[in-house]
Structure formats: structure tokens, C-alpha cells
Write a protein that binds this ligand. Structure first.
Ligand code: SAH
Length: 362
């Protein structure tokens, strides 16, 4: 195998590793400042390390895990890139510039094993988990594609894969994201999204102070079993019961429920009315996402009137709810569209009603 990568380690873990190798632990902080705060990967250029240490580290460690294979910019400014790992695996990351923030959406797995029926990544099947360095390097590469004057403000683990099936690497990446010497993101600007892998939720929330998003998508087990096959193992009562039980879920740290609205599947008035009672007792915000069309699914978004009606019904029930508009639909960069399609196949695949729409909420 190739050399170990410095980006596989949080600052805390690198300090320990350095100490064990007879290197002063504070050197880990210096290395992190170069790699993440300054975006320098050439160990030879890390001048405050001293020449001997620079040479030693350069002989033992790698600092890069991904290269940009292709990058496309949407009419709305969203940038989607395919990034190539050392073994040739490709993953996608999406940069979403908005008025008041710039959000990066990163992947955690090559493909995904959970096969949610409406998700393009699910149709790819599963290849492997990403390493911490490969998660963190999505931030490094995408940051280099930021328009001048833009800073990364938010990060969501909502790209390809199920983060909680790769929890150890995700937690280590979160530590790097929030460390003041590294990316220094505010912890509440980092959100990990899961379909509801129940046993992995509490350990994640206890390990790192980030937000939790849960992909809900249905108000009955019958419908959720069809959309999210993992629901058969962790049905609604078990998932929501766990969230109700956790004392680390509070009004200051609510759960962000994601609800993809799919015409004729989960968009009825009855669904809208069931949501508030279903989520009672859980500090929550609900995010509605109209289904983004893609070639692997015949499912579609409801009409504008129906989306509007659903939103109003939920809001009237007292739940905090927002509607998220798709970003980058013309380049298949929206939620559930990440599937590494070559550009030629993307033409005309986006849902016309969502073209150019702006993002609200979140
Ligand atoms: N596996 C995790 C992380 C991915 S997040 C999870 O599912 O939570 C990606 C979000 O986009 C999820 O909420 C997912 O349900 C949603 N999504 C998937 N396919 C979609 C589609 N075609 N249209 C709109 N949203 C979709």
C-alpha cells in the first residue's frame, strides 16, 4: 500500500501519533494549520517545522487523497465535481453558494448499499467506504473551486453514501472540520445526515458537537419500507423513539428531518397532518425537498400547488418547516442525483419545474 496520509488523522490523533514517534505534539497543530487553514500540501513548504522534520515527514507521509476529475458549474452557481481517489474510485461533491452562506455537500461512501428507491446514488450499489483523508480532501479540493471572495461557511454530509455506515471516518473528519487550527467551522454549521441507522446515532452525537439530519420521507411504515428499505430493520417507532430518548437532542440542537416530497407517494393531506403528532416530543425542524428527477427513477415531484398545500398544512400544525429548492438541477447536482453520470447523459434529465429555482430554508 501507499504511505499513510496525514489527513486521515484529527489533530488530536496526530498529536498522539507524533508523540509516540518522538516528535513534539505541537507539531501536529502546525501541520494542521498548513494543510487546512492555509491549504498547503507540500511538506517541504511548511517552513516553521524545521528542515529535518520537514524531510522526515515528507519521506513518511502523503498529504493528498483526491484529484479533481471533472467540475461543472450550474447556471445558479452551484459547482459539482467528480473527484478521483488513488484507487481510481470516483465520488461527487457539490458546492452551493447562497446569499448568506456557502455550503459544501460531501460524500462518505463510493456508492451506497441502502438502495433507497428514489435516490440515484442508491441505484449505483456500494463499492467502499471513504477514508477520513478522502472526506477531508473533498473540502480541500472544492475550496480551491470557490469563487473569489467566498469562504466555506457550512458543510453537510449529504452527498453519496450513508455517513453512519462509515461513522469512524466521519467522526474523525468532523473533528478536523471544527478544530480551530484546521478548518475551524462552527460545529453547528456541520450537519451529518442519516436514513436512520439507529445504533450509530447516539455515539455520533456524543463524539462530535455537529447537527443531525434524519431522512424521514414518510409518515407510515408501509410507505417508508418502500422508500427506505432500512426502515424494515429500524421502523419509525424505533427511530423516533430513540430520538425522543436522547438528551443530547435539544431545542438548541434539534433534529433536521428531511422529507422528499414525491407525487402520489407521500404528499397527501393525511401525510401532512400526521407529521406533527409523529414528531411530537422531538425538538425538530422539518425540511421539505421536492423529488429531484433522475434517469433511474420514474418518481416525480408533486405540482407546485400540491407542494404549497403540503407546506401550509404542516406549518399550520406548529412544526418548524422550510421548503428547500433544488440547486444545480441542470448539472444533476441536486439531492439524490449524485450518480457520476457522464455529461452527455445529463442533458434534459433535470426536472423542468425546478430549473433555476432558488434555495430556501436550511
Ligand atoms: N444517506 C444519507 C446521506 C445522503 S443525504 C441520507 O439519506 O440521509 C441526501 C438527501 O437527499 C437525503 O435526505 C435523501 O433522502 C435525499 N434524496 C435522495 N434522493 C432524492 C431525490 N431524488 N430527490 C430529492 N431528495 C433526494
Amino acid at each position: 500500500m501507499s504511505r499513510p496520509n496525514l489527513k486521515d488523522h484529527s489533530v488530536e490523533s496526530l498529536r498522539e501519533r507524533f508523540a509516540a514517534e518522538g516528535i513534539a505534539p505541537y507539531r501536529a497543530d502546525q501541520v494542521a494549520a498548513w494543510l487546512y487553514a492555509r491549504g498547503v500540501e507540500d511538506l517541504g513548504a511548511m517552513t516553521d517545522l524545521g528542515r529535518d522534520l520537514r524531510e522526515r515527514l515528507a519521506g513518511e507521509w502523503a498529504t493528498r487523497a483526491l484529484d479533481v476529475e471533472t467540475a461543472q458549474t450550474s447556471r445558479d452557481g452551484t459547482v459539482k465535481a467528480a473527484l478521483r481517489a488513488e484507487d481510481g474510485a470516483l465520488v461527487e461533491a457539490v458546492l452551493i453558494p447562497e446569499e448568506e452562506r456557502t455550503t459544501l455537500c460531501v460524500s462518505t461512501q463510493v456508492g451506497c448499499p441502502l438502495a433507497c428507491s428514489f435516490c440515484a446514488t442508491g441505484a449505483l450499489g456500494f463499492t467502499r467506504n471513504l477514508r477520513t483523508a478522502e472526506i477531508v480532501d473533498q473540502v480541500c479540493r472544492m475550496r480551491e473551486l470557490l469563487p473569489p471572495g467566498r469562504r466555506l461557511s457550512n458543510l453537510v454530509f449529504m452527498g453519496m453514501g450513508e455517513p453512519l455506515l462509515n461513522a469512524a471516518a466521519v467522526v474523525e473528519a468532523c473533528r478536523i472540520l471544527v478544530h480551530p487550527k484546521a478548518f475551524a467551522l462552527a460545529p453547528r454549521r456541520v450537519t451529518v445526515s442519516t436514513v436512520g441507522l439507529v445504533p450509530a446515532i447516539e455515539p455520533l452525537l456524543r463524539a462530535v458537537p455537529v447537527n443531525l439530519a434524519v431522512s424521514l420521507h414518510a409518515t407510515t411504515d408501509a410507505v417508508r419500507d418502500e422508500l427506505v428499505p432500512l426502515n424494515r430493520r429500524f421502523p419509525l417507532e424505533v427511530l423516533l423513539g430513540e430520538l425522543r430518548r436522547l438528551d443530547c437532542v435539544t431545542r438548541q440542537r434539534p433534529v433536521f428531518f428531511e422529507y422528499t416530497l414525491i407525487a402520489g407517494v407521500n404528499d397527501s393531506r393525511a401525510d401532512a397532518r400526521r407529521l406533527a403528532p409523529l414528531l411530537r416530543g422531538i425538538p425538530a425542524k422539518l425540511n421539505l425537498i421536492p423529488m429531484n428527477a433522475h434517469p433511474d427513477s420514474s418518481l416525480a415531484a408533486p405540482s407546485e400547488e400540491r407542494i404549497d398545500g403540503f407546506l401550509r398544512e404542516v406549518a399550520a400544525s406548529g412544526l418548524r418547516v422550510t421548503l428547500r429548492r433544488s440547486r444545480g438541477p441542470d448539472i444533476q447536482a441536486a439531492c439524490g442525483q449524485l450518480a457520476l453520470r457522464p455529461p452527455a447523459r445529463r442533458q434534459g434529465a433535470a426536472a423542468p419545474s425546478l430549473q433555476g429555482a432558488v434555495s430556501e430554508g436550511r
